[in-house]
Design a protein around this ligand. Structure first.
Ligand SMILES: [Zn+2]
Length: 144
């Protein structure tokens, strides 16, 4: 098999994953009670995430100081920008990417809960559990 073929097939697969995750974003946001107008934006590349998040953090008097490190993370979430990052480059299966998406959505919707509780909640959410609607306000302290 030629190298060109491999690259093309990989890219197509990535696009398909991104398409599914965009649909998942809407589905799970609604299911866990995020209001339609507050459904966060979803980006797949660390550079794009940083470009959007950094000026907003600065405007709130917070500097991110993270350099380019978002590109190494599986995911991240910013309430201030209402944006979620799921790293498509991490080369993971759709199931794992979906897990990251729901993980970040849990930070967004439930905010201060522990990771232990998030992991428990992800399982319930993937099984279809619903949560009441809630208005997402800006926090006083950024989530790291
Ligand atoms: Zn987390």
């Amino acid at each position: 098999m030629s190298r060109v073929w491999d690259d093309t097939s990989k890219m197509k697969n990535k696009n398909q994953k991104m398409q599914v995750l965009k649909e998942d974003l809407i589905k799970y946001s609604k299911q866990i009670g995020i209001l339609d107008i507050e459904i966060p934006e979803l980006v797949f590349y660390g550079e794009e995430y940083k470009e959007i998040v950094t000026p907003v953090l600065t405007r709130h008097g917070l500097s991110s100081n993270r350099g380019g490190r978002y590109t190494k993370k599986f995911g991240h979430c910013s309430y201030y920008s209402r944006i979620i990052f799921v790293n498509i480059r991490a080369n993971r299966h759709l199931r794992e990417l979906r897990n990251t998406l729901v993980h970040e959505l849990c930070h967004y919707r439930f905010r201060h809960i522990s990771h232990k509780l998030i992991h428990r909640r992800i399982k319930l959410i993937l099984k279809g559990k619903q949560y009441p609607k809630k208005h997402i306000t800006y926090p006083q302290v950024p989530f790291i």
